[in-house]
Write a protein that binds this ligand. Structure first.
Ligand code: 3HC
Length: 286
């Protein structure tokens, strides 16, 4: 039996909302924290809309939806996460911001063996761990977008993480959330992004060089390799700013040219064309 029943999620953007939904649907008591009332309202509607959507699609009953909503609470005060057994941080990929959150959570969590997890794709977990007084209880729990649909969670122990923390987290992810888990070392990109990001960057370089139209690049991989979506569509789904920031951290770590974001991608981010979330990236969205 898991000893994790009360979960906190910090950040209610596309990943945080998805993670909170997965946890609440699995029967956990979930409290979501955001920085401002406005961000919280946006996140809350994102989550509620998604629950209504899965109910309409017949994946859960109306009673299950209502019970899931009952298990969700929202706050703008990290102090209200004090009684949580596990907190998953899913805020912007900015090390300073994450460090501050980890330091606050470390102070407010009352349970001595509470686990502090990050959904980071790129920040070294050990940096977050040593910023707390419980480095043995900090690890990476990395979901994939959309978290409600993708089956995988990467578990990333820092050098300081205890086997007990890893075991408890794995039990939660696999047995309670029903996800598949893989373990990876605390190296930039872990397993999936280390393989995926160079592929996405190659597709952008191919498009930039005029080798093929964006639709042909995407259709090539969808029809030729049975990928659910081609690389340019997928970059738009992930968010071009996230692709650039994960690539930058991998480049920083390995200095391999294949991890360097091509100029077109950098320019699109500067222009605010971040993909689906801003309505325009390689494609435009209604
Ligand atoms: C960068 C990070 O660190 C790591 C990452 O996240 S890497 C990115 C990993 N993600 C991927 O590779 C995504 C690849 N694409 C896919 O799996 C699929 O194209 C997709 C699930 C996004 C959409 O699937 P597709 O069949 O094209 O569309 P659609 O029919 O709308 O959706 C399929 C199902 O997923 C559900 N779904 C899609 N997007 C959803 C979302 N945002 N939230 C909840 N459910 C969603 C739909 O409701 C639908 O369910 P149903 O058919 O059972 O009702």
């Amino acid at each position: 039996m898991t000893d994790i029943e009360r979960v906190g999620v910090v950040g209610c953007g596309q990943m945080g909302a998805g993670i909170a939904e997965v946890c609440a649907r699995a029967g956990l008591d979930v409290r979501v924290a955001e920085t401002t009332g406005e961000a919280l309202e946006l996140g809350r509607s994102r989550l509620i809309n998604s629950l209504h959507h899965v109910t309409e699609r017949g994946k859960i009953s109306e009673a299950e939806r209502d019970a899931t909503l009952e298990r969700l609470s929202f706050t703008t005060d990290l102090g209200e996460l004090a009684d949580r057994d596990l907190v998953i941080e899913a805020v912007v990929e900015n090390e300073q911001v994450k460090l501050e959150i980890f330091q606050v959570l470390d102070q407010v969590l009352t349970r001595p063996d509470a686990i502090l997890a990050s959904n980071t794709s790129s920040i070294p977990l050990v940096n977050l761990a040593v910023a707390t007084t419980r480095p043995q209880q900090v690890l990476g729990v990395h979901f994939f977008n959309p978290a409600q649909v993708q089956n995988l969670v990467e578990l990333i122990p820092a050098l300081t993480t205890s086997e007990e923390t890893l075991r408890r987290s794995e039990d939660l992810v696999v047995r309670v959330l029903g996800k598949h888990s893989i373990r990876a070392q605390d190296r930039s990109g872990f397993v999936v992004n280390a393989l995926l990001i160079p592929y996405l960057l190659s597709a952008v370089r191919m498009f930039e060089a005029g080798v093929a139209a964006r639709e042909d690049i995407d259709n090539g991989m969808e029809q030729g390799c049975a990928h659910p979506m081609g690389p340019l569509k997928l970059a738009d789904l992930i968010g071009l700013d996230t692709v650039v920031s994960v690539a930058a951290s991998m480049y920083e770590e390995y200095k391999e040219p294949l991890y360097a974001a091509p100029p077109l991608l950098q320019r699109m981010v500067s222009a605010g064309r971040l993909g689906r979330k801003t309505g325009a990236g390689f494609y435009t969205y209604g």
